[in-house]
Ligand binder design. Structure first.
Ligand SMILES: [Ca+2]
Ligand SMILES: [Ca+2]
Length: 188
């Protein structure tokens, strides 16, 4: 179902195409295995993406991203700097949500004893520490008290840790990978 070769063809065909369709309630897929609303491709990735500029709580975005497909869609799991830089270029072209922030599928596991430890993406992979903005993660006050266990892409194009109590936009990713139960329990 998740054939890399066909996904690559679609990535090439989709380059430069930024048609932001509204969320479709029906769970339907195109030949890539992704819902047609996932119409953004990036040079650095075989995934497809959907951007929402609607200001919503992270919990709401999380449920909507998951519901886009029976499996394999979720808040974006940012894997490396190339993917983050490519995403930032897309986000600069869409309607800005509150504070220009977009929720991503990045969480800090419970019990972390320091600011930078225990961060994973929504599929359960360890986060690349290069993705953070200067001075982040700071857990709000520079001390790890589990005040900021979620993350957004900032207008700077880098990640900030945030509490998840404010409404921002979000980026969803379709890569065929399931959501990690460990990561999901952090989402309020
Ligand atoms: Ca924290
Ligand atoms: Ca922070």
């Amino acid at each position: 179902m998740w054939r890399r070769s066909s996904a690559l063809c679609l990535v090439l065909a989709g380059c430069g195409r930024f048609a932001f369709a509204p969320v479709d309630d029906a769970v339907v897929t195109d030949s890539s295995g992704c819902p047609p609303t996932y119409d953004i491709s990036l040079p650095s990735s075989t995934s497809r993406y959907r951007v929402s500029s609607e200001d919503r709580l992270v919990s709401v975005h999380h449920e909507i991203c998951k519901a886009d497909s029976n499996t394999g869609t979720h808040l974006v799991a940012v894997n490396n700097l190339a993917e983050l830089d490519d995403l930032d270029l897309v986000l600069q072209r869409v309607a800005p949500p509150a504070m220009g922030r977009f929720y991503v599928g990045v969480v800090q596991q419970p019990g972390a004893s320091s600011l930078a430890t225990g961060w994973i993406d929504i599929t359960g992979l360890t986060l690349d520490p290069l993705l953070w903005n200067v001075g982040e993660p700071d857990d709000l006050d520079g001390t790890e008290n589990a005040l900021e266990q979620l993350a957004v892409i900032n207008p700077s194009g880098r990640l900030l840790d945030v509490s998840g109590t404010a409404s921002y936009g979000a980026v969803c990713e379709c890569d065929g990978l399931p959501v990690s139960a460990i990561a999901e329990q952090v989402i309020p």
